[in-house]
Ligand binder design. Structure first.
Ligand code: SF4
Length: 341
């Protein structure tokens, strides 16, 4: 698929006083993309669309260039200590995506140009924990790889972390646009993960993202560039024939990764979950979705901020975990499963 190009771009005026802000302004002007001004990246007004749904779809194609003012990083358990805030929002249309609720009425894509401030804060966190390792997750609130061909912020973050002693970086993507990252000086401190799933889940629930084959081709390139490689299998979803679907996934992964050094390969396993507010939003935005959001079939798990999640009931979750672990053991005996959640 073609790399993402926004239909409309907003700039905070202050963003233009940073080198990346200026560079992006020139780039989008040159590309002939409509540019507007916004006083704050948190309050973008006037995204076109007659209906809420049309505005939502247009927002997902809108890029907002701003300055990150909150420099307190969120935590990012279980995969890392901190979320690295390079961007917020994503152009993908995965039906199950939690950004639909966490971003509320701001589904547009924000990128931040004050990278030096962000990296200085990351350095402070690293120093506080040294000599313990501090891991940063760069894809908590966006699919950063999918927009990085425009900003190269992730590339700079990879090189920043590569130069630290105790920092590590990780991120996950469903996009294939990795070429500009292949020559980044990562020094083995970045784990590049791809999100993969059964054919059924990708076909029905992940519109607007790269195909499985394209993700795997990108994974081969990234491994060839010496990055640590990982796969996030999420959401693990009990569709009709899920056992065969996931078996085929691992079989195909093994086939496509033949010849790649897999001595340090990780898997992260995340079962499908949803909240009540998410269900409402998903039904409005993707009214024909096949995603099964029937609370009565699930187990309620209390969560932070009083919003609980619906996960699979214990026996079903256990069956998912055991089945997926057995496939990994069969096709990738040396790989490490970091968690199932
Ligand atoms: Fe959400 Fe990731 Fe899909 Fe983007 S690619 S919509 S961040 S799940």
């Amino acid at each position: 698929m073609k790399p993402f190009v926004p239909k409309l771009v907003y700039f905070e005026p202050e963003a233009l006083s940073y080198p990346l802000g200026k560079e992006l302004y020139e780039k989008f002007t040159h590309m002939g993309i409509e540019i507007r001004e916004t006083t704050s990246h948190n309050q973008v007004r006037g995204i076109p669309g007659e209906t809420e749904l049309a505005r939502y779809r247009n927002a997902k194609a809108t890029l907002v260039v701003g300055v990150r003012r909150t420099l307190k990083f969120d935590s990012s358990k279980p995969s890392a200590e901190y979320a690295l805030p390079l961007a917020t929002g994503c152009m993908g249309h995965c039906h199950y995506c939690y950004l639909q609720t966490t971003l509320g009425s701001k589904p547009y894509i924000r990128v931040y140009v004050n990278l030096d401030d962000i990296f200085a804060q990351a350095q402070t966190y690293i120093d506080e924990r040294a000599p313990e390792i501090t891991r940063f997750e760069a894809a908590c609130t966006s699919d950063i790889v999918g927009i990085d061909h425009l900003t190269h912020s992730l590339k700079k973050a990879i090189e920043f972390i590569g130069a630290t002693d105790y920092g590590r970086l990780r991120f996950v993507t469903k996009y294939e646009h990795v070429d500009h990252l292949l020559d980044a000086k990562h020094n083995g401190k970045t784990r590049f993960r791809f999100s993969v799933n059964s054919r059924y889940v990708i076909r029905h629930f992940e519109p607007g993202t790269s195909s499985f084959d394209a993700r795997l081709a990108a994974a081969r390139k990234v491994a060839g560039a010496g990055y640590k490689l990982g796969f996030v299998v999420a959401p693990i979803y009990r569709h009709d024939g899920w056992q065969e679907g996931y078996y085929e996934l691992f079989q195909e992964l093994a086939r496509q990764l033949e010849g790649v050094d897999l001595s340090d390969l990780t898997f992260e396993l995340i079962q499908h979950r949803f909240t009540k507010p998410a269900k409402r939003v998903i039904e409005q935005r993707y009214p024909n979705t096949k995603l099964d959001l029937d609370e009565s079939k699930r187990k309620y798990k209390w969560g932070r901020h009083g919003i609980g999640k619906y996960v699979y009931v214990d026996e079903e979750a256990q069956e998912l975990e055991e089945t997926i672990r057995s496939y990994i053991a069969r096709f990738f005996p040396a790989a490490q499963v970091q968690y199932f959640t």
